[in-house]
Write a protein that binds this ligand. Structure first.
Ligand SMILES: [Zn+2]
Length: 616
């Protein structure tokens, strides 16, 4: 365990928004110049060290990723950068997408697809892991990697010359270096970022280019038209806020894709046919544009864009079969059930989904963004297999009618970069701070520490949610303090939901789809107990196919496993019961026998199916 003073230092050093920068301690290398930020969201992010996940599946995902990347061979991570700059490049190849190789051949061989593409994400994930854990070996690794990477950056940017996705890889390196600076407290990282930026810019287009625009220009082969320059503004705006250097703000503005955001802001759905993950990721660039520039058009673009994504989502909250947006209300999602196993690009999609819902939740205070985050958490990434030491990764969740979990064909794909970043973000996604107190967004075993009117406060959440529909908070305070605990009451919550403080039920006022404020003078040892009623419900895949339904319990989709009876009724599904009180499996009694249902996170190698066709 870390000492309180050290934790407090990390807490202050780990504040991530420019709006909150004024409140942090002076780092060893002094204050950055002030960054002008137009909007301060009503909810603030907490520092990474302020939220600790406790034992449970999501802590395990974080620990597994942290351990894997802490032990990754550094020469291997740096090899593509050294090779492309003509430097000695000792050590093994990573393999898969990551290598600098010349045998890439669509669609059969993705070896060497984007050399070094995820280096910045591994760096970012390690920096965040250091901020969470205080692990000195992790901090030392980040700082070694920054220095060794810096030695590969040449003024003419050979690395980015004749490179498939210079915007994509630059975006990830930008994120890695600003996180190394902010969260691993590396004073060298910002200077390395500017050298990288200067090296990359001659190899980037003059503005963000859609994939159609890339195809309209000369290109070597189609793989050179997959770049994602439209995702650049988010990290460039963050680089501006963390460095105070207005050149990053100007670059961010340059790469705002007006052709994407203007129609979205006007309510036009231009998503169909676009690459799914990168365009959800781009919505976070709209949010940073809103926060920094203050133009509400970008908030409308992000809010509308996210709603349009939700309008074409599976019951799991996932979207983008074959990585492509469909027309909401068309038969496209239903057709995907028999046409593809690539239902959802899981670690990347969940990472983008968490980011945009965090932004929208913080700005609007609307708890339904938390509901959406929770649905993605339990029904997609919770079921992702861990990345193996050789880069074997989980990529697509399969929600088809003949589904099975598999590893991705290629090693070290994009999802090997986002998974460790996402797992590091579970804590800061769970709680937020406001002027009047703390917001509880996710029901994970965890502890959050913050200062309320100068009083150090800790809320420890103990829960087996969502297997059990209960959660408990216990307060640790050095003295009594008046503030509010705002608890997300999910929209799926039944009317029998109760909230009790120190065993006394609160007056009615539990409204599904809202945060419930618990305002009082809290004292050490106070307890809050919540019992959610989690009624079963059926969700149709879309309005055209009302008899193709998923059985839902709270945020959880229940997947049929094993033999599926020919005939099943709505009434039989709605009469499902837990196999036993401690079991995560549910059972449905159909005419031809029993059907077992299981949450995505508990499915291993068995066949499973999300949607069932019901009669009556
Ligand atoms: Zn991916």
């Amino acid at each position: 365990m870390k000492s309180p003073s050290r934790r407090q230092f990390l807490a202050n050093a780990a504040i991530t928004t420019g709006a909150a920068i004024a409140g942090r301690l002076v780092p060893a290398w002094g204050y950055p110049p002030p960054a002008q930020v137009a909007i301060t969201p009503q909810l603030s992010l907490l520092g990474y060290s302020q939220v600790q996940l406790l034992e449970g599946p999501f802590r395990r995902q974080f620990d597994q990723n942290h351990d894997l990347y802490l032990h990754l061979d550094e020469d291997a991570m740096l090899k593509p950068f050294r090779q492309r700059e003509g430097l000695p490049a000792p050590g093994p190849d990573m393999g898969g997408w990551y290598d600098n190789a010349n045998d890439f051949n669509l669609p059969d061989n993705f070896h060497g697809f984007i050399p070094g593409h995820s280096f910045g994400q591994y760096l970012s994930a390690l920096a965040r892991a250091y901020a969470i854990t205080g692990s000195k070996p992790t901090q030392a690794k980040v700082q070694r990697l920054v220095r060794a990477y810096a030695a590969t950056v040449s003024a003419d940017g050979n690395f980015f010359a004749d490179y498939r996705a210079p915007g994509y890889t630059f975006d990830k390196i930008c994120c890695g270096l600003i996180d190394a600076h902010e969260f691993a407290l590396d004073p060298a990282a910002l200077a390395v970022l500017w050298r990288t930026t200067a090296a990359a810019m001659p190899h980037l287009p003059e503005k963000a280019l859609s994939r159609a625009e890339q195809r309209a220009r000369p290109y070597k082969d189609i793989s050179y038209t997959y770049d994602e320059t439209y995702t650049l503004p988010e990290n460039l705006f963050l680089a501006y806020q963390r460095s105070g250097d207005p050149r990053y703000r100007d670059l961010a503005v340059r790469f705002i894709e007006k052709e994407y955001f203007d129609p979205l802001a006007a309510g036009m759905n231009i998503l169909p046919g676009e690459h799914a993950y990168s365009h959800v990721n781009a919505l976070s660039s709209a949010m940073q544009a809103y926060l920094v520039l203050g133009d509400s058009k970008y908030l409308r673009a992000a809010g509308n864009g996210f709603r349009m994504v939700q309008e074409q989502s599976y019951a799991t909250g996932a979207w983008g079969p074959d990585e492509t947006f469909i027309v909401p209300g068309s038969d496209g999602l239903n057709q995907s059930l028999s046409k593809t196993h690539a239902s959802f690009e899981t670690p990347c999609g969940a990472y983008a989904h968490f980011k945009i819902t965090r932004y929208l939740l913080r700005v609007t205070g609307d708890s339904r963004y938390g509901d959406s985050m929770e649905r993605i958490l339990y029904n997609t990434i919770a079921g992702a297999w861990p990345i193996l030491p050789d880069g074997t990764s989980f990529y697509y969740s399969d929600f088809s009618n003949t589904a099975k979990k598999v590893h991705y064909r290629d090693k070290w794909p994009c999802c090997s970069g986002t998974f460790p970043q996402l797992a590091a973000d579970y804590g800061i996604s769970s709680y937020y701070q406001s002027k009047d107190g703390i917001y509880v967004n996710l029901f994970l075993p965890s502890a959050v520490s913050w200062s309320q009117n100068g009083t150090p406060c800790t809320l420890t959440q103990t829960t087996d949610f969502p297997r059990a529909g209960t959660t408990q908070f216990e307060m640790k305070l050095s003295r009594s303090e008046t503030f509010s605990i705002h608890v997300r009451i999910p929209e799926w919550t039944g009317a029998k939901t109760t909230v009790a403080v120190n065993g006394v039920k609160t007056a009615p006022g539990v409204v599904p789809g809202k945060f419930l404020p618990l305002a009082r003078t809290w004292k050490d040892g106070d307890r809050v107990e919540i019992e959610f009623e989690m009624p079963l419900r059926l969700e149709a895949i879309d309005s055209r196919n009302p008899d193709t339904v998923a059985l839902m319990r709270g945020p959880i989709a229940l997947f049929a496993v094993g033999n599926i009876p020919e005939r099943i009724t709505r009434g039989q599904l709605m009469a499902a019961t837990a196999v036993a009180q401690s079991s995560t499996d549910w059972v449905v009694k159909a005419d031809a026998g029993a059907l077992t249902l299981r949450p995505f996170g508990l499915i291993m190698n068995e066949n499973y199916r999300l949607y069932l066709n019901v009669v009556s």
